[in-house]
Design a binder for this molecule. Structure first.
Ligand SMILES: Cc1cc2nc3c(=O)[nH]c(=O)nc-3n(C[C@H](O)[C@H](O)[C@H](O)COP(=O)(O)OP(=O)(O)OC[C@H]3O[C@@H](n4cnc5c(N)ncnc54)[C@H](O)[C@@H]3O)c2cc1C
Length: 390
């Protein structure tokens, strides 16, 4: 059997979600937390994303959660003693059809009702926010200066350090390869340490959190549980650094283009690629660069001559209704889900890490955990979210 360890809670996945949960478990005074990851910190989507953080959403739940997340992101550097390059330059959404304008107006009404003061803008007003835009074909825009971007890596490291200080044990290069069960309860997790001759260990535990992102269906399947979320590659790139000139992250809801300027001056962005086959794939393509360049230069012609320095890819963890899967499930006792965060799990992690930690410790459920439960797919109670980029 190999080494035997004891844990109160095992978290599978040391991405932003698993680490945020571990940190908040520590803050609740929970001991015996072990986080295992088959790779290195930042190896999954959490180290590969655009760092966008916004409260412009179409549903009250998402707007309110993200308002809280934005507050937590703003306080993160002083709380965790790490610079995450939080920059509140806003988000400017563009739309190119009447149908999408109506949908955007409905979303803005929800945001305003929640106290997130987003404004609808005409194309001319959008150019007042970013004069370099070509708004030919743009029908309307929405703008909120409170939305922001961060640099993802230090955010991940901050949660990792914070969780470790509060007692969590973080084990990179450690693969979850199986579970021990008694009836519908978990009694242990089988892990295999990579790079140490594949040493296997048995972690005795009663609670497991599945925070394996795009790999979460694979982890759930080890317990015979079928999750409906699926990985889809999403490509992204960054350019040579430019003098700071672009304040908001600009996103085009029509083709999924988004771009922002990092505090280091690079233009970081991507574009929707509707035809991406399902599956974990983190390779980069020339086709993406062509598509992104065409869309970017249409929206912002002055970027035509800028050099791309780096391109990479990660996986969106896509659910059928664009909302995550969280909390306890009916199939296996104390096997908590924390996945299906689409292309917005990074920004959700500060608040969802806290809520999931409370749910796991207190074993109580709230409205949100009912609504975002795995059960909804079986019962056909699908949700919706219109403000998805990419
Ligand atoms: C290109 C791109 C741009 C994005 N832009 C944004 C953005 O601007 N804003 C935003 O909020 N979100 C964005 N996202 C989405 C965001 O990155 C994810 O939603 C978020 O990082 C998910 O975090 P996670 O911890 O759930 O998953 P991950 O970070 O993927 O972590 C899961 C971890 O589980 C580990 N794992 C898998 N299987 C096992 C196993 N069997 N045993 C042990 N460990 C295992 C993996 O190694 C991985 O490290 C973007 C994503 C991509 C790809």
């Amino acid at each position: 059997m190999g080494e035997v360890l004891d844990a109160e809670i095992v978290i599978v996945g040391a991405g932003i979600m698993g680490l945020a949960i571990a940190y908040h478990l520590g803050r609740l005074g929970q001991g015996g937390v072990v986080v295992v990851d088959r790779g290195y910190l930042c190896g999954g989507a959490s180290g590969r994303n655009g760092g966008g953080v916004r409260a412009q959403w179409s549903t009250e739940a998402n707007v309110q959660l993200m308002q809280e997340s934005l507050r937590m992101c703003a306080a993160f550097a002083s709380e965790m003693k790490i610079n995450v390059w939080f920059r509140q330059g806003g988000y400017l959404f563009l739309t190119r059809s009447e149908e999408r304008r109506r949908s955007l107006e409905a979303s803005v009404a929800v945001q305003n009702a929640c106290g997130h003061a987003t404004r609808m803008l005409s194309p001319t007003e959008a150019r007042e926010v970013v004069p370099e835009l070509d708004t030919d074909g743009v029908v309307a825009a929405s703008y909120n200066p409170k939305d922001a971007v961060v640099f993802p890596w230090p955010f991940v490291w901050g949660f990792a350090t914070g969780a470790a200080k509060l007692g969590a044990k973080i084990l990179p290069f450690t693969d979850v390869v199986g579970f021990e069960t008694k009836g519908s309860t978990i009694s242990g997790v089988r892990v295999e340490a990579r790079g140490r001759g594949g040493v296997t260990a048995h972690v005795r535990t009663r609670k497991v959190v599945n925070a394996a992102g795009a790999w979460s269906p694979e982890v759930a399947r080890l317990l015979g549980v079928e999750l409906p979320n699926r990985p889809h590659r999403h490509e992204i790139c960054s350019t040579e650094p430019l003098k700071p000139w672009l304040r908001p992250l600009v996103a085009d809801l029509t083709d999924g283009l988004y771009f922002s300027q990092s505090t280091r001056g690079e233009i970081v962005g991507g574009v929707g690629q509707g035809d991406v086959p399902e599956g974990v794939n983190q390779d980069s393509t020339h086709a993406f660069l062509g598509r992104y360049a065409r869309s970017l230069v249409r929206a912002c012609p002055i970027l035509g001559g800028v050099k791309v320095l780096r391109q990479w890819a990660g996986c969106y963890d896509i659910t059928p209704d664009a909302n995550p899967i969280v909390g306890a499930i009916d199939e296996v006792e104390r096997f908590y889900q924390a996945s299906g965060f689409m292309g917005h799990g990074f920004m959700m992690a500060p608040i969802m890490g806290k809520l999931i930690a409370e749910h796991v410790v207190k074993e109580t459920s709230s409205d949100l955990f009912q609504r975002w439960n795995l059960r909804r797919f079986r019962e056909g109670k699908l949700l919706s979210e219109a403000m998805i980029i990419g």
